[in-house]
Design a protein around this ligand. Structure first.
Ligand code: HEC
Length: 143
């Protein structure tokens, strides 16, 4: 009988220790879950490729010398000799056509025996843009 009591208390001890909280590894305090970084805003949809604006480009790039109206009276014109071509002059158009204008814009004045102050723009604009610039120059031609 004594043995039985001992055995029982032993079992009780086992239960108390083995099944109790102590057996578990002390739980680490819950680490504060860092707020998941919000996914970055999706980049804005690529804008439609901006159509080349020949008029605006002429104003910005060519206008300095040729003037916004192509009269050859841009702010830099005074210091140039020969003067930038005046595209409103009927004389000018007697010997020039659109193909010639494209060539001048792409290859520069020197390529057509004119002043190198008229720089080549072939590296800056592609053929399509040069064609658009030439078409814009054509709008200055007196009808
Ligand atoms: C730094 C000043 C300058 C800028 C900028 C300039 N030009 Fe000129 N351009 C000239 C000058 C100077 C001439 C005249 C050359 C000559 O008569 O020998 C000329 C001549 C021309 C001619 C006529 C060439 C010919 O057959 O006589 C065209 C066309 C022309 N430019 C177009 C343009 C266009 C288009 C742009 C802009 C993409 C431009 N130019 C930018 C100075 C400039």
């Amino acid at each position: 009988m004594r043995n039985v009591v001992l055995a029982l208390s032993f079992v009780a001890t086992l239960v108390a220790c083995g099944g109790g909280e102590q057996a578990k590894a002390p739980e680490a305090p819950p680490t504060p879950v860092a707020e998941a970084p919000k996914p970055a805003e999706p980049p804005p949809a690529p804008a439609e490729p901006v159509a080349f604006d020949a008029k605006a480009t002429f104003g910005q790039v060519c206008g300095t010398c040729h003037g916004l109206e192509g009269k050859g009276d841009g702010v830099a014109a005074a210091g140039l000799n020969p003067k930038p071509a005046a595209f409103g002059d009927p004389e000018f158009w007697k010997t020039r056509d659109e193909a010639h204008i494209k060539k001048v814009i792409k290859e520069g004045g020197a390529a057509v025996g004119k002043s190198p102050m008229m720089a080549p723009y072939g590296a800056q604009f592609n053929d399509e843009q040069i064609a658009a610039l030439a078409a814009h120059v054509m709008t200055f031609k007196p009808q």
